[in-house]
Design a protein. Structure first.
Lengths: 111, 117
């Protein structure tokens, strides 16, 4: 069974620090990966997607993909209290458009 | 781009009644729409995948006769919870894909909170 694993947290970081969120996946054929942010009581919001090995940067966010080790991570620089949320990692796996979601990592940024 | 709306945002109904939830892609044609359910402090659970003009594909354990899905156009899908019961109370979220031909990236609607009394 295809799986996406995340540490549930909470991951607590001080304001201004770098938050590092990690995700591993079981399907070696997975090609694309998505990071969503979900505030409590709200629906998920797309932050970034990454298809290629290496880093992809967008503002304060950097997604990192290592297909050989089957992990993908999200770095948030200069973390703000408003970044406090649950971050979901997802991948469609092989041969499907259905996203397989991790259980999410709760991030808490302390003022 | 990639705005998805849902209506209503919140609904309270009596046990035994049916509730219809609409999901619209406002600025793109969504070839596929997905319906999820999320209970408090739990993960998203995919209920069904819907393609325009064809029958929805339901996930294992989801009753297709209870959760009716219609995807009549490339911008509208509806989920009808028939004969709702208190255990159906949940946060229902749709998503849509197909922006610029990208079938993988899903954009979520704001969700509909259902409370069945």
């Amino acid at each position: 069974q295809k799986e996406v694993e995340q540490n549930s947290g909470p991951l607590s970081v001080p304001e201004g620090a770098i938050a590092s969120l990690n995700c591993t996946y079981s399907d070696r054929g997975s090609q694309s990966f998505f990071w969503y942010r979900q505030y409590s009581g709200k629906s998920p919001e797309l932050i970034m997607f990454i298809y290629s090995n290496g880093d992809k940067e967008d503002g304060r966010f950097t997604a990192q993909l290592n297909k050989a080790s089957q992990y993908v991570s999200l770095l948030i620089r200069d973390s703000q209290p408003s970044d406090s949320a649950t971050y979901l990692c997802a991948s469609p796996g092989t041969g499907s458009y259905k996203l397989i979601f991790g259980s999410g990592t709760r991030l808490l940024v302390r003022p | 781009g990639a705005v998805v709306s849902q209506h209503p945002s919140r609904v309270i109904c009596k046990s035994g009644t049916s509730v219809k939830i609409e999901c619209r892609s406002l600025d793109f044609q969504a070839t596929t729409m997905f319906w999820y359910r999320q209970f408090p402090k739990q993960s998203l659970m995919l209920m069904a995948t819907s393609n325009e003009g064809s029958k929805a594909t339901y996930e294992q354990g989801v009753e297709k006769d209870k959760f009716l899905i219609n995807h009549a156009s490339l911008t509208l899908s509806t989920l009808t919870v028939t004969s709702a019961h208190p255990e159906d109370s949940s946060f229902y979220i749709c998503s849509a894909s197909g922006l610029a031909g990208d079938q993988e990236t899903q954009y979520f609607g704001p969700g509909t909170r259902l409370l069945v009394l």
